[in-house]
Design a binder for this molecule. Structure first.
Ligand SMILES: Nc1nc2c(c(=O)[nH]1)N[C@H]1C(S)=C(S)[C@@H](COP(=O)(O)O)O[C@H]1N2
Ligand SMILES: [Mo]
Length: 538
């Protein structure tokens, strides 16, 4: 009965198709694993997923980015990378199926991804050159070979003389393709990829040892101008209220870096140059340490913080007064005839952040910060040096991993976020937040302590009021002010009655300006509106 057919046998087409898809997946896995291994020899940032992810972040429309930050918070980067892997997987499976029929085209398809990864890696702003293309190219070449080899094992014997001969030798049990060969090749590919990937991971993980050692070696000298101790009354004893000083481990993190830059402080340099800089300088980390250091409590806020959101934190920063440094370089603010009104800070990862020169030089404590809460900056917060400017949102003031300061004008240059629809200038809006009770909490009736924080950096907080439902505004008790550059805690003992209630807070700053009720989105210059919390008293 089997002798009648001379067509190639393929009694289980679904199995062959599944194995085709599996071949694609294995090719993708091999490509990523080899890319990981090669990136350890180049730079971890040159890996295809990180590079494509970075390129995607830079090209994501502001609205989508804002949505991602709102919905995924600090996990937005993880979600993005998982998304890229999911897309890659779909294409890998599809290429595997293509390769069953068109072996060369399937294998060539893998190369296309190498080109995409290489293009992304070499055009990243922190790219160090063509070497950044190597991980993607090497990965794609190997992936392509894997797919070609595996698809070869799955090829049905065609009507070539050798194939016909082969077929005649075969017993009726043969699937028509090289099952044994496939299993061996697939196992080998998977094992080799896993090995390469694991090795790459380990090597990448152990990179940056010099940077880690350089951070361990930093001993911050005592500041010439220490911050006064935080007044005891600045920290209210209310459970659930934000700590006055945010511990480094709890401090919010917002940046575009998929891999936290690890900069070796001993090799770090900062260049200050540009328009109206008659005496440009290049400074080392030790140069900064030898200067007079000051220590200040400053509350940092992200422009992407929604009303009631978490992207605000207060730390004790140690650093060099940027205004003094600029003055030594001969810089004058616009109000004293200086030609540059914008200071553009550049980071090692290609971020650009533009700050008004006038604000930096108007007497406020704009810092090149080296220390955060008594230790060298954590890597995630900008080691070895970052900017901190009281009163301005982070995206226009707080460049992390800074390496270059250029004086220019707002007319001549738009920094990273400004190119993406955010405002050129962005002073922090007066805001207040209810920390406790939490939304939808169910406190018992009686006195419920309502508490939170309010901020209006560099203006200071004058008053916080609380409203229950549509009742009258009642003045909250304010904690002692630490400085007008920091947030201020507040509390209100609420005599809670049974039922569901809406608590609303609002602040007034020291200029007498009341926090506006008008709700705005975060784009272009920060969210506004009053924070409300709904609770049910049992
Ligand atoms: N190099 C670099 N610096 C950066 C950013 C960035 O993406 N890259 N983000 C800025 C933004 S938007 C904010 S709000 C602050 C956040 O600082 P933090 O992560 O230490 O809280 O860093 C600023 N500095
Ligand atoms: Mo931000």
């Amino acid at each position: 009965m089997t002798e009648t057919t001379r067509k190639p046998r393929n009694p289980r087409p679904w199995l062959r198709r599944s194995l085709g898809a599996l071949s694609g997946a294995l090719a993708g896995f091999a490509a990523l694993a080899v890319a990981e291994l090669v990136s350890a020899g180049v730079r971890p940032q040159a890996g295809p997923v990180v590079a494509v992810g970075g390129a995607a972040i830079d090209r994501t429309p502001t609205g989508v980015k804002d949505w991602a930050i709102r919905n995924f918070g600090t996990n937005d980067k993880l979600v993005l990378q998982l998304g890229i892997l999911a897309v890659l997987s779909v294409f890998a499976l599809a290429l595997g199926l293509v390769a069953l029929r068109y072996r060369r085209s399937g294998a060539a398809g893998v190369l296309v991804f190498g080109v995409v990864g290489a293009a992304a890696a070499t055009t990243r702003p922190d790219s160090t050159g063509l070497a950044d293309a190597l991980p993607s190219i090497a990965g794609a070449l190997i992936g392509s070979c894997v797919l070609f080899a595996l698809a070869g094992r799955l090829a049905l014997p065609g009507p070539t003389p050798s194939a016909i001969g082969h077929e005649e030798d075969d017993s009726a049990h043969s699937p028509g393709w090289d099952r044994r060969g496939f299993v061996i090749a697939a196992t080998l590919a998977a094992a080799a990829s896993a090995g390469a990937g694991a090795l790459g991971r380990t090597l990448n993980g152990s990179r940056g040892q010099e940077a880690i050692a350089s951070r361990k070696d930093v001993a911050l000298p005592p500041p010439a101008s220490a911050a006064p101790a935080v007044p005891r009354g600045a920290q209210l004893r209310i459970p659930g209220i934000s700590a006055f000083t945010t511990p480094n481990s709890d401090f919010y993190r917002v940046d575009t870096a998929l891999v936290v830059p690890k900069v070796d402080a001993t090799r770090w340099r900062l260049r200050i140059h540009g328009r109206g800089v008659p005496r440009p300088v290049t400074l080392s980390f030790d140069d900064l340490l030898r200067r007079e250091l000051i220590e200040r409590d400053i509350t940092l806020t992200c422009v992407s913080n929604e009303v009631g959101g978490p992207y605000v934190g207060n730390a004790r920063w140690t650093g060099v007064r940027l205004a003094d440094l600029l003055a030594e370089c001969g810089v004058r603010p616009p109000s004293r005839g200086g030609p540059a009104d914008q200071l553009v800070a550049r980071s090692v990862d290609g971020m650009t952040i533009g700050t008004p020169v006038e604000d930096i030089m108007d007497g406020r404590d704009a810092l090149l910060a080296l220390g955060m809460n008594g230790e060298p900056l954590p890597f995630a917060h900008g080691f070895p040096v970052r900017m901190v400017v009281p009163g301005l949102y982070g995206y226009v003031s707080a460049c992390k991993w800074i390496k270059d300061i250029e004086l220019t004008t707002f007319d001549a240059y738009d920094a990273y976020w400004v190119k993406r629809n955010w405002a050129r200038r962005a002073p922090i809006k007066t805001q207040s937040r209810i920390d406790t009770p939490k939304p939808f909490a169910r406190p018992g009736s009686g006195t419920v302590m309502v508490g939170g924080v309010a901020w209006a950096q560099h203006r200071g907080i004058d008053k916080v009021e609380l409203r229950v439902d549509d009742g009258p505004w009642q003045e909250a008790r304010l904690a002692t002010e630490d400085s007008r550059d920091t947030w201020r805690q507040w509390s209100f003992p609420w005599r809670a009655t049974q039922g569901t209630h809406t608590l609303t807070a609002r602040a007034t700053d020291r200029t007498g300006t009341l926090q506006t009720e008008k709700r705005t989105r975060t784009v272009p210059d920060g969210a506004s509106g009053w924070h409300s919390v709904v609770v049910t008293v049992d």
